[in-house]
Design a protein around this ligand. Structure first.
Ligand code: COA
Length: 177
């Protein structure tokens, strides 16, 4: 995947590329901020350090994992991860995770990261992407559906969040390879 650049819905510059170790602090802080919102992720306290992020980013240079980062007008705005499934027979399947900082939501950053993830996934010989989200995450559900992800299941009362139980919605997309 080559670095990309396009205009956001409100005229700002969205750039995406593979992460490098200098991005570690941004990725660490970004993840922490979204976890602290307490609404979107089933993690209540981030436990990775900046050094862990450096290690993870470096690992993506010599394995099939992908870590993409997005900037809006040169400010870190969010990132996306792809990780292969563990089973030998499902190594063609990548698990996707994504966050966009609240200040940069709803202007097209998530869509751009998701589209570039498909290119990166095909380059790393994945044939399918799977993800899951909270039933309450209407922005994520609408974005994924608009990109061709299909709901393939629901785990009822799967997460116990501070405000109560939440169903997990399972989605997937088979790539055209
Ligand atoms: C979910 C998330 C990654 C989407 O990224 P984003 O940059 O905000 O998404 P985009 O701006 O590219 O697209 C959002 C889409 O949702 C739509 N949308 C906005 N608010 C919505 C709502 N309340 N209900 C339904 N759709 C909504 C927008 O219109 C847009 O669709 P369009 O491109 O067809 O107009 C981001 O909001 C986020 O990080 N949220 C918190 C963390 C999170 O939920 N991570 C994913 C966990 S599975």
């Amino acid at each position: 995947m080559k670095p990309t650049q396009l205009e956001s819905k409100d005229g700002r510059k969205i750039a995406t590329r593979h992460a490098n170790p200098k991005d570690a602090r941004d990725l660490h802080n970004g993840f922490r901020q979204v976890v602290e919102e307490g609404l979107w992720l089933p993690t209540l306290a981030p436990n990775a350090s900046v050094a862990d992020w450096v290690t993870w980013i470096q690992r993506t240079n010599h394995c099939r994992e992908v870590l993409l980062v997005a900037h809006v007008d040169d400010l870190y705005a969010g990132h996306l991860t792809l990780q292969p499934e563990e089973w030998t027979a499902s190594k063609h399947v990548a698990k996707l995770g994504i966050i966009v900082l609240s200040d940069f939501r709803n202007i097209g950053v998530g869509r751009e990261l998701m589209l570039e993830a498909e290119t990166a996934a095909i380059e790393r010989e994945f044939a399918k992407i799977v993800l899951s989200t909270f039933e309450t995450n209407s922005m994520a559900l609408s974005l994924y559906e608009s990109l061709g992800y299909q709901v393939v299941g629901r785990r009822v009362r799967h997460f116990r969040m501070p405000k109560g139980f939440i169903d997990e919605v399972l989605m997937e997309k088979v790539l055209n390879v």
